[in-house]
Design a protein around this ligand. Structure first.
Ligand code: ATP
Ligand code: MG
Length: 215
């Protein structure tokens, strides 16, 4: 018999490196929850992002804590450690299977992603299964329109086009890359990410200029 636990529940899943988490992620998650009537949005910091070299990202412990700090005040937001605790590269298909196991196979999962990340979908592991496991909410941000996405979708994604739901979010040209650069250069990051996360970065010394070790 089919396991239908969780039937009727709609959960958002926001995967990312979150190095660090910022208002672009938070505004997008909130907009997705409202627009698609999601009961919760689960933020899933990647353990080892498959497309970034190991060592190129901050410790998972730091990224997890910053994500918890940023989402604390929103009752609809939660953070999961599934990717951090699973060894090896964090493939989205494995994340979704694990979440389905935890919440019940009857839940409807909505994977929230920026349209730029959707553009890489064909490189993701097992795209056919991905479309069976979840709907995609593709948020547009400056420079990454959905029309561009349409052009590069391969046959698998085109067959499942009804599973890709576009979402317009307020134009937020915020990226973690820019925030890391600002911190390294000693520039302000105020209003780009929650204060608690900015304080955490300052206290932990994350993203500060790396000193060259002297012999
Ligand atoms: P980096 O610059 O290090 O790549 P990032 O800002 O893109 O970081 P990620 O952790 O890589 O952040 O992104 C996680 C998810 O959030 C991805 O799906 C990405 O497309 C989306 N995202 C990132 N920034 C924004 C933004 N400003 N608006 C909407 N979605 C965003
Ligand atoms: Mg990114």
């Amino acid at each position: 018999m089919d396991d239908v636990t969780g039937l009727g529940r709609r959960l958002g899943v926001m995967g990312g490196t979150f190095d660090p988490i910022h208002y672009g992620h938070l505004v997008t998650a909130e907009a997705a929850a409202e627009e698609f009537d999601l009961e919760q949005v689960i933020f899933v910091p990647a353990g080892q992002p498959p497309h970034k070299p190991p060592g190129a990202v901050s410790d998972a412990g730091h990224r997890y804590l910053m994500t918890v700090l940023a989402t604390l005040a929103n009752p609809r937001f939660a953070v999961s450690r599934v990717d951090i605790e699973r060894p090896g590269p964090s493939y989205t298909v494995d994340t979704l299977r694990e979440l389905r196991r935890q919440f019940g196979s009857g839940v409807e999962l909505y994977f929230i992603t920026g349209a730029d990340a959707m553009l890489q979908i064909l490189q993701w592991k097992d795209p056919e299964s991905l479309f069976e496991l979840c709907h995609f909410i593709a948020a547009t941000r400056p420079g990454y329109g959905l029309s561009r996405l349409e052009k590069v979708l391969g046959p698998t994604a085109l067959r499942h086009r009804d599973r890709i739901l576009p979402l317009q979010v307020p134009a937020l040209a915020i990226s973690s890359t820019d925030i890391r650069r600002r911190v390294r250069e000693g520039r302000s990051v105020r209003y780009l990410l929650p204060d608690a996360v900015a304080h955490y970065i300052a206290k932990s010394g994350l993203y500060a200029e790396k000193r060259v070790a002297r012999a």
